[in-house]
Design a protein around this ligand. Structure first.
Ligand code: GTP
Ligand code: SPV
Ligand code: MN
Length: 587
């Protein structure tokens, strides 16, 4: 498949280590993928679903101990511990290699090594980067073939270059105690052992496109962010693009594919999805910030996805999709999950592979972090710019999290550095996307806490530097919170498609066409400036979620101060100044 010496040498070295019975290069052809699908169905690794209702779709169940990212077992193995910073787990590289090679040794015995050449970004486009993942899992091959651009074309583009990311995945025996997701930023290398779950094993995604790429971005002057990208077309036909960073399972896929409420549809508003999880952003020749989505598919949260909340995502999953850890409806050989509709199947199998009838068991049928892997090209609102390797220009950057109180529905930062401060103090309730407690508020700067491949203090500095380079062409920075709760624990804001009402205000602010209230944390909309037509939400209720409570924020400022201490000397002075200004305004 290739004459590239660096690829061949590394592949041979890994082959000697893991000892596969045979090696298969993934060429990206449909014939090869089809034969792998057939093989996975024969071994039970995947189940072929109803060809009429869900053509080309499959179901997979992971091991029950392997259902989410494992942040506690994810390591940045930089040469110096300081470079990994206080928010990452660190392991000394030679120790890490020794331990990982010990676990990987002979682990492919009796198995096949699949070699997956893949491109993050359209093949050969200026922002694209190449990786090669070795895996012993057909599930990984098939998911990578949806999530990235895979095949011989990638190796042709690589030529003789040694500039590519090495990735070794060994499924091993899915032993939690020996599960490790390790990144060697200085070696462009990722090693993942003892897992078969998405974010741990689809190495192009979080491991490469965020952890390794964020490190490359800092050194090369660009940004790799945990952000969706969407285009908002107004009735005049103009399209403005925004990028938004929300922590895992906090609404990126939903916002990226939103369907405008009727009032907006009638006026002619349209939404175009560019990406739902990752953005690579660079300063273009015109001095503005341009973003591409390096992925080629969506690895989306299944539960809660339905005809009303996210019809575009649902439509995207109707063909060529792999479902993981959802309910298998045996009556018609389709899939189901909580929140799809109110009719759970009577004759089904739950995500653990046990009989399930939707009523007698208290346990959920689908895992809360069950997922679909769907091709981007299926998405009814995929942007015409999706394959454009130069990307799209970003007008606004939006941060957001899941906060039952404190953070208002939306506010705007005062300027770039204040916006970096707003991103750095993001806090959100934890979700099922990572193992561990759910619903605990934690600081998750820029939604990158689990994904920044280097010292978070240096990362903040990189943001400040980018702002300096962008100058007056910098996107405006906002923060949103769709998740404020009332006293009975219900969401106050309707969310989903209605989030366009907030985006409209954001875009107006970018063009100086809307007023705002100056508060200690930044600019908050005047309640009458958020369009509520067609909603049964009163202006008074809206006011409660636009409110900035001084007592809450004084407590918040103390929390920020404590959090900032982690970063010591690496905390940029600009952020110290922003915290000081916030405290002064609150006092
Ligand atoms: P990752 O793929 O883990 O990065 O998640 P994500 O950020 O793409 O989150 P996603 O859009 O899949 O949403 C996760 C959960 O949040 C789902 O259960 C959604 O139903 C719910 N959700 C998304 N948007 C909203 C919203 O506007 N309001 C409310 N109340 N819930 C939402
Ligand atoms: C996330 O957890 O942010 C995801 C899913 O997008 S995973 O690929 O597992 O990281
Ligand atoms: Mn994500």
């Amino acid at each position: 498949m290739t004459q590239n010496q660096s690829v061949l040498e590394w592949m041979e070295k890994m082959k000697e280590l893991v000892c596969p019975d045979r090696v298969i290069w993934i060429d990206g052809t449909q014939e090869q993928l089809e034969s792998l699908r057939a093989e996975a169905c024969k071994t039970g690794e995947m189940i072929k679903l109803n060809e009429e209702k869900l053509p080309g779709c499959y179901l997979h169940r992971t091991a029950v101990n392997d259902v989410a990212r494992v942040e506690g077992r994810t390591f940045i193995c930089s040469r110096s511990e300081e470079d990994a910073g206080p928010t990452n787990h660190w392991m000394e590289p030679s120790k890490a290699y020794e331990m990982l090679y010990g676990i990987a040794k002979n682990s492919y015995r009796g198995r096949t090594m699949y070699v997956i050449p893949y491109s993050m970004g359209p093949v050969g486009s200026p922002f694209a980067k190449i990786g090669v993942e070795l895996t012993d899992s057909i599930y990984v091959v098939l998911n990578m073939s949806i999530m990235t651009r895979v095949g011989s074309e990638v190796l042709e583009t690589l030529g003789n270059s040694s500039d590519w990311v090495r990735g070794l995945h060994c499924k091993c025996e899915i032993d939690e105690e020996k599960r490790y997701i390790c990144h060697f930023p200085e070696d462009n290398t990722i090693i993942s052992v003892n897992s078969g779950y998405g974010g741990n094993v689809l190495l192009g995604k979080k491991c490469f496109a965020l952890r390794i790429a964020s490190f490359l971005g800092k050194n090369e002057g660009w940004m790799a962010e945990h952000m969706l990208i969407l285009g908002i077309q107004n009735p005049l036909g103009e399209i403005k693009y925004v990028a938004a960073a929300f922590p895992s399972a906090c609404g990126k896929t939903n916002l990226a594919m939103l369907v405008p409420p009727e009032f907006y549809r009638k006026k002619g508003y349209k939404i175009w999805t560019v990406g739902d999880d990752i953005a690579w952003m660079r300063i273009g020749p015109d001095g503005r910030l341009w973003a591409i989505n390096p992925e080629n598919g969506f690895f989306g949260v299944a539960p809660g996805t339905n005809e009303k909340s996210n019809p575009n995502a649902l439509a995207t999953t109707k063909s060529g999709t792999i479902f993981t850890n959802v309910v298998h409806n045996l009556d018609d050989n389709t899939v189901w999950w909580e929140g799809l509709d109110h009719n759970p199947p009577k004759n089904a199998v739950d995500w653990k592979g046990r009989p399930w009838d939707g009523t007698s068991s208290k346990e959920k049928g689908a895992h809360p972090n069950s997922r679909f892997t769907a091709p981007a090209k299926n998405c009814p609102c995929i942007s015409p710019e999706f394959e454009n390797g130069r990307g799209v220009p970003i007008s606004a950057i939006i941060f957001g999290g899941r906060r039952a109180r404190t953070t208002p529905l939306v506010y705007q930062s005062r300027d770039w550095n204040n916006g970096v401060f707003v991103g750095s103090i993001m806090a959100s309730e934890t979700t099922a996307a990572a193992t561990g407690a759910v619903g605990v508020v934690r600081r998750d700067p820029m939604a990158m806490l689990p994904f920044c491949g280097y010292h978070m203090g240096d990362y903040f500095k990189h943001w400040i530097d980018m702002g300096e380079r962008l100058g007056d062409k910098a996107p405006k920075i906002f923060n949103v919170n769709w998740f404020r709760l009332d006293d009975e624990g219900h969401f106050i804001w309707p969310g989903f498609g209605d989030n366009l009402r907030v985006l409209e205000w954001i875009l107006k602010r970018c063009e100086d066409k809307a007023d705002a209230v100056d508060t200690p944390i930044g600019f908050v909309p005047k309640a009458e400036d958020i369009n509520l037509s067609g909603l049964d939400l009163t202006v008074d209720t809206l006011k409660t979620i636009l409110n900035v409570d001084s007592a809450d924020w004084t407590k918040e400022a103390d929390g920020i101060e404590e959090f900032y201490q982690k970063f010591g000397d690496k905390l940029p002075k600009e952020l110290k100044t922003e915290l000081k200004k916030l405290k002064e305004k609150l006092a």
